[in-house]
Ligand binder design. Sequence first.
Ligand code: HEM
Length: 134
Amino acid sequence: MTEIPRGTVQEQTFYEQVGGEETFRRLVHRFYQGVAGDPLLRPMYPEEDLGPAEDRFATFLMQYWGGPRIYSEARGHPRLRMRHAPFAVDRAAHDAWLKHMRDAVDELELAPEHERQLWDYLVYAAASMVNTAG
Ligand code: HEM
């Protein structure tokens, strides 16, 4: 076996592997199109313009998957459970959120292994955000 000197193999982050910023912007844009038309979720979003919320979520995901730390520069530590505390995230909200996310993920047409990794994370993260019974 040929020896590869340490440090010469640059491992790509998941962020890079799936196409970088463009991919995450597309994902979140599509997701928010679903939210915009959802009678349960839409009223939960405080701002009339969903653009800023879209930007926060996209930059959060980019950072989480190894991209630039734009989110934390603007918002500090994510503390997502705390940031969701003002919103009643119950089972129905969770299910609606995941449904729009599923549609958005499908439209990315990622490689199956990438898609599975992303989806598993989103399912886990959504479950952890539930803060209200019912
Ligand atoms: C389970 C259902 C969920 C519901 C109903 C929900 C709802 C909301 C709402 C209403 C906001 C406020 C919009 C804003 O002003 O930014 C928000 C913010 C946010 N959500 Fe969620 N969310 C859910 C799950 C998640 C998950 C799973 C993640 C991460 C993977 C996430 C990431 C974020 C981020 C990053 C913000 C912006 C936080 C900030 O910096 O203020 N959310 N969410």
